[in-house]
Write a protein that binds this ligand. Structure first.
Ligand code: ADP
Length: 489
């Protein structure tokens, strides 16, 4: 099949969170199963073109595209070698994409021209099959920013030529990000004003909502775990207001569990680590722990766990459960290696508590891929008290690195981690969203941590988990086949 991925992120060069890992690993898994996969991304201003081997695609000339009242110059580039299994196209547009960052400025506030960026990205993506005369089978859009490609496919290209069936699949990686704008913005999208003035594809509660348009406009819709699919149709809390829109798709909305990218996340050959290790051979993990403590100047008490956290510092990730109990656990001898950037007030609050416990709490407010690997490997426990979690990849990595996760029973965390109380347990699971419940799960972990035999069994059970991309890729193939069938009806 010929698949065009439209995504704002792709690991490792354009990454904010899990979407980047998925765009990269799913594309690779599909390509290795024989599909022709091409990805279109914006060419972000802070990408190092030389280091990333990004160069202009000579066979396509520079051109211009209209977004609202403005005309923008664009040029297609490619990354890597043309012979690589997944072809990556990047859209250069200095007027829109030249600033550093993917969605936000360094201080966390969103770009004011996000709709323009989304529109240009989508237009360029839909142009590509025509320019390359490449009969695309499926346009696979990821999240609200790329949902615009589905909107344009449905509205603009309904009667215009696109080579191939060009069916559409929308994957929702996070329902909380919907790209909501005032009704006037309909002109920026290049759509008729009438589309904004009455409920339909785009309008939602008096505003434009791109994710809603994607959900209603796509041939099929999925999200990234079966449990999150259930949660998001079951309540307004998880559905973020769109639960009825999702329900209206019936069986055309489903959940496919993400895989773990074990090519990148493998402690037996991870180059970022002080030592490598694997199931049954955990001496290397002890070295990683020591190295991490040295690097971050941490000293936990004997027999107390080192707890790692790697993630975006946003409400979703459960910082309001973690911050109130950090001091108490640090007093009790726990150590914490925290890595993340995000909302300013959460960064400040984390900094404040870390400054009170310099030997027990290290907080690094950076995006640092290599340090993330060292934290997954060097910690004894991995913390994910998320309020909601569409799938979550970090818990899959921590399992593979022999670091039992402590998670809230929600979304993909519930699909991937089972409580150590059960025979097949792999981590520590708690239910409600109170700091006390999180604390109780950590206390259970603390007790089990002193029983070295049980702890080894727990690590072994986690390391044996295999959330393979190959399985997920087969499920996506099934969706693609259905999408193509729908288009050819
Ligand atoms: P989400 O997609 O909600 O951010 P996931 O668990 O699916 O959460 O994926 C998060 C990914 O981003 C993981 O690969 C994690 O290691 C990475 N990550 C998050 N914050 C940082 C950071 N500050 N530095 C390095 N990697 C990070």
């Amino acid at each position: 099949m010929k698949i065009l991925m439209v995504s704002a992120e792709m690991a490792p060069f354009a990454k904010v969170g899990g979407l980047a890992d998925v765009a990269a690993a799913l594309s690779r898994a599909l390509a290795s199963r024989g599909h022709d996969v091409r990805v279109v991304l914006p060419l972000y201003g802070d990408l190092d073109r030389k280091a990333e081997n990004i160069r202009p695609l000579k066979k396509l000339p520079p051109m211009s595209l209209r977004v609202g009242q403005q005309v923008h110059d664009i040029r297609f580039h490619v990354r890597g070698s043309t012979s690589s299994a997944v072809k990556i196209y990047l859209v250069e547009c200095p007027t829109l994409f030249d600033k550093p960052g993917i969605y936000t400025y360094a201080n966390g506030s969103g770009f004011e021209d996000s709709l323009q960026r989304s529109s240009l990205h989508a237009q360029a993506a839909l142009l590509l099959p025509r320019l390359l005369d490449w009969p695309v089978d499926v346009i696979h859009s990821h999240d609200a920013n790329a949902a615009t490609a589905i909107l344009y496919r449905q509205q603009w290209y309904a009667g215009r030529h696109l080579p191939g069936p060009a069916g559409t699949l929308l994957t929702i990686h996070n329902l909380a990000h919907q790209e909501v704008h005032g009704l006037d913005a309909v002109e920026t999208l290049g759509m008729a004003r009438s589309q904004a003035s009455y409920p339909g594809l785009l309008e939602f509660h008096g505003q434009l909502n791109l994710l809603k348009a994607g959900i209603l406009g796509a041939d099929l819709v999925n999200t990234v775990s079966p449990n999150y699919a259930r949660e998001t149709t079951g309540s307004s809390e998880y559905g973020c207001g769109l639960q009825e829109i999702l329900q209206s798709r019936g069986k055309e909305y489903s959940g496919i569990l993400n895989g773990g990218d074990y090519g990148t996340w493998d402690p037996t050959r991870d180059k970022a680590l002080a030592a490598n290790y694997g199931p049954g051979k955990l001496a290397g993990k002890t070295k990683c722990r020591k190295a991490l403590l040295r690097e971050l100047k941490l000293s936990p008490e004997d027999n107390k766990p080192v707890c790692g956290f790697v993630g975006r510092l946003v409400g979703q990730k459960g910082m309001d459960l973690l911050l109130p109990i950090l001091g108490r656990l640090a007093d009790d001898g726990f150590a914490f290696a925290l890595l993340g950037t995000g909302e300013q007030h959460l960064e400040e609050a984390t900094k404040e508590v870390a400054s009170r416990y310099p030997q027990r709490i290290a907080f690094v407010d950076k995006f640092d891929e290599a340090l993330a690997h060292r934290i997954y490997a060097g910690s004894d426990l991995f913390l994910m008290p998320s309020l909601f979690e569409p799938c979550g990849l970090s818990q899959m990595y921590s399992l593979r690195y022999g670091t039992p996760p402590v998670v809230r029973w929600t979304g993909g965390l519930a699909d991937t981690v089972s409580d150590a109380g059960a025979e097949s347990g792999t981590g520590f699971v708690f239910n409600d969203s109170r700091p006390e419940s999180f604390l109780a799960a950590l206390r259970r972990a603390e007790t089990m941590f002193t029983d070295k035999v049980r702890w080894k069994d727990l690590q072994a059970a986690g390391m044996a988990c295999d959330f393979s991309w190959d399985v997920a890729a087969q499920s996506y193939e099934d969706l693609y086949s259905k999408v193509i069938k729908k288009q050819s009806r």
